[in-house]
Design a protein around this ligand. Structure first.
Ligand SMILES: *Cc1c(COP(=O)(O)O)cnc(C)c1O
Length: 366
């Protein structure tokens, strides 16, 4: 008997196809591929190298932390790398300069640090303005003054890139994206700079936000960034999941009507059935909040999760007629079962499920 413990298949061909699908949607834009949080759980160096193998990928990477950028440099990645939150201390500027990193500037403190830095070559800067997200970015009132100070500084490369971030691009009925795009256009149109506004949802639904640089994250990994209600699924976007999470059935038992399953005895069978145990749990990153009925794919059909998710196991309702066997492989999400649907049953978003894959999960690159 061999069974599979939690395993994430990483399909690099799917990644490359998704890259092409993104290019097709914004053919005049360069790509800043977003690799933060271990490339959304897919493996930072692995994903970066796979993208670099594509002869058409001459573009840049985006990360959230300087350590992520240094890991890419250590892996031999020479493409531009942008620190999407900028830097967190003035000492980082020496590291940024030596490693040829580019940095977002989103506040006065970062500006001051750059103006005062002792560096021997100008830094590439992405100036971020807050157009309505109200998270990062200099205010529209500060924007012009800060831009002029960057332009005047010897420490700053002449090609400043102007950027902002969209708060509601996944919702095509919201007027906020248009408001943000209008404000961004108004603030930046006279500056003769390259510009960047679109995340994955902007790429899919708002062509006016594409500009010279698009910043896809989720879409690269083959997951729809649009609100589930819109039914703009991965297939409609011509993308396919890069990660498929699987584990084997390790036990099967018959239970009578009225019997409870799992911790807290929270689920009770309303008729005789078979319960299957799959070797994955919250210790692997499967969401503990997944509710009864969360879909699991087994032998070509959906078997609903029943009872609480344990650390190392989940229980599923195989039905009275089940002819499933120990060792059969269940898919928790990926090919055949979009992580988007699982996320809805766990009252979260696909981003969180992908990032939360733990170190215990085996990686199988295909
Ligand atoms: C994470 C991030 C992105 C990518 O967002 P997706 O929704 O995954 O495409 C783009 N831009 C910035 C600034 C980000 O932080």
């Amino acid at each position: 008997m061999t069974v599979k413990t939690a395993t994430a298949k990483i399909d690099l061909l799917a990644l490359k196809n998704n890259l092409q699908a993104i290019k097709d949607k914004a053919s005049n834009s360069k790509i800043l591929a977003v690799l933060k949080a271990n490339a959304y759980g897919h493996g930072l160096e692995r994903i970066a190298k796979a993208l670099c193998e594509e002869s058409t990928f001459k573009d840049a990477f985006g990360v959230a932390r300087i350590d992520e950028a240094l890991a890419l440099r250590n892996a031999g990645i020479v493409n531009p790398i942008v620190l999407l939150e900028g830097f967190f201390s003035a000492e980082d500027l020496a590291v940024i300069s030596v490693n040829n990193l580019e940095t977002v500037v989103h506040n006065q403190q970062q500006l001051d640090a750059i103006l005062q830095a002792q560096i021997d070559k100008p830094l590439k800067v992405w100036l971020k303005v807050d157009t309505g997200m109200h998270r990062l970015g200099v205010s529209p009132e500060q924007f012009d003054g800060i831009y002029q100070q960057l332009v005047a500084s010897q420490n700053v490369h002449v090609d400043i890139i102007l950027m902002s971030h969209l708060s509601c691009a996944d919702d095509t009925s919201s007027s906020r994206t248009t408001d943000q795009a209008d404000l961004f256009e108004r603030l930046t149109s006279d500056k003769h700079c390259q510009r960047s506004l679109a995340n994955s949802a902007g790429i899919c639904a708002w062509p006016e936000t594409h500009y010279q640089w698009i910043r896809p994250g989720l879409m690269l990994y083959g997951v729809s960034p649009m609100e589930p209600e819109l039914s703009v699924n991965a297939q409609a976007l011509d993308i396919e999941p890069v990660m498929t999470l699987q584990a084997s059935l390790i036990a099967k038992r018959k239970i009578a009507m009225g019997e409870a399953v799992g911790y807290g005895a929270t689920w009770v069978a309303d008729k005789e059935t078979h319960i299957g145990v799959v070797a994955i749990g919250y210790g692997d990153g499967y969401p503990r909040h997944a509710s009864n009925g969360t879909p699991v794919l087994l032998n070509g059909r959906i078997v609903p999760l029943v009872g609480r998710v344990s650390m190392d196991m989940i229980t599923v309702d195989l039905g009275a007629e089940s002819d499933d066997n120990i060792g059969d492989i269940a898919t928790l999400w990926g090919h055949g079962l979009p992580v988007e649907s699982v996320a809805q049953f766990a009252t979260t978003i696909p981003y969180e499920l992908l990032c939360n894959i733990t170190r215990r999960v085996r990686i199988d690159v295909v």
